[in-house]
Ligand binder design. Structure first.
Ligand code: PMP
Length: 357
């Protein structure tokens, strides 16, 4: 017998490319690569959370089942606490659901280009990946092809992202209803929905669709990517099954307190999201005027191909001038994704882009 630990790695894991990022270079003028919020949590919200955190016993585990947080998340989403599964970022909740529904031999049905971690999650869960690529210049979901593929196998689990990372498009409520009528369960990641229109918010559908599972995060609109809180929302009995695939105490005391604090200030968050959506339209128009091909987006980022089609060069030249965007050329030839930052950062991006073109 050979004692080779690498030979003992599951083939599904061995085949994965590790998710990696080159270290962010110093001296950046605009960091627009991670779809983060340009505004940090307001000082008074941090102070309130830190004051509450000081009264907690760090030697003890957090509240079992995060009931306080669960109630606050449910109240903000218009749901009952039993419908909500808090997690260490929405990524953890999505991985749990992928594992519960598609793990050990099921198929995860994606519409690429899409959040690259979904493929990683399928690999971890032991699920296969099936794909119906987005179609056309505006990266539209091929609804009929997706429905047909979703109806094919009992263990085929559709996972859609709306608004979609990286293209920014959304799915309609009518389509989600149709999808839920052909698939046993439908997973829908709404990490960026706070930057979108009210009609794109699928939470109201949970009241009528028992096989719909939604994922939300406080990492983007709520500005707490550094403290890791997200959740799954589903029918209570479905939520209970997803919760089984998340280890107890995955949301720590610090994340819990800051989440409670920012959730209590959701009016400010909504106002900031509206401002970001306006900036998105301004940046999209400016990109279009420069001759870039820009996909219609309802998120806090834009997906575009520069006029010369050479995204790789533009990415490098922008980075050399202190502007960091996301290189998407591996997913779509020539494409880049830029996060909407502050108006000042967006101007730096646009001016620098003009320089490098
Ligand atoms: N879904 C999508 C589409 C994302 O882009 C991200 C983060 N980039 C996540 C989920 C995970 O976010 P988090 O774990 O911070 O909630």
């Amino acid at each position: 017998m050979t004692c080779d630990p690498l030979a003992a790695v599951r083939p599904g894991i061995r085949a994965l490319r590790a998710y990696r990022f080159d270290p962010v270079p110093g001296g950046l003028r605009a960091k627009l690569d991670f779809n983060e919020s340009p505004a940090d949590v307001p000082a008074e919200a941090k102070d309130a959370a830190l004051a509450a955190l000081r009264t907690r016993r760090f030697a003890h585990y957090p509240e079992f089942g995060s009931l306080r947080l669960r109630s606050a998340l449910a109240a903000s989403a218009g749901l009952s606490p039993e419908q909500v599964v808090p997690a260490n970022g929405s990524g953890e909740a999505i991985l749990a659901a992928v594992s519960v529904f598609a793990g050990c031999g099921g198929s995860l049905l994606l519409a690429p280009p899409v959040f690259s971690l979904y493929v990683q999650m399928a690999g971890i869960a032991g699920a296969r990946v099936a794909a119906v690529p987005l179609a056309g210049d505006d990266f539209r979901l091929d609804e009929e092809a997706f429905l047909a593929r979703a109806a094919e196998g009992e263990r085929t689990v559709p996972l859609l992202c709306s608004p979609n990372n990286p293209t920014g498009g959304t799915v309609s409520r009518a389509f989600v209803r149709r999808l839920c009528s052909v698939a046993p369960v439908v997973l829908l990641d709404q990490a960026y929905v706070d930057f979108s229109e009210e009609e794109d918010d699928l939470l109201p559908l949970l009241a009528e669709l028992g096989n719909l599972v939604l994922f939300r995060t406080l990492s983007k609109a709520y500005s707490i990517a550094g403290l890791r809180v997200g959740y799954a929302a589903a029918r209570p009995d479905v939520a209970e099954e997803i919760a089984k695939a998340i280890l107890p105490f995955s949301v720590d005391l610090g994340a819990e307190e800051i989440a409670l604090s920012v959730l209590a200030r959701s009016e400010e968050v909504r106002a900031r999201c509206r401002a970001i959506a306006l900036e998105r339209e301004r940046v999209a128009a400016a990109l279009g005027a420069l001759g870039a091909r820009v996909a219609p987006s309802r998120a806090n980022f834009l997906f575009f191909v520069p006029p010369d089609g050479d995204g790789e060069r533009v990415f490098r030249d922008l980075q050399a001038r202190g502007v960091l965007v996301r290189d998407q050329t591996a997913a779509v030839a020539g494409a880049l994704r830029v996060t909407i930052g502050t108006p000042g950062e967006n101007d730096i991006f646009l001016t620098t882009l003009k320089e490098v073109l």
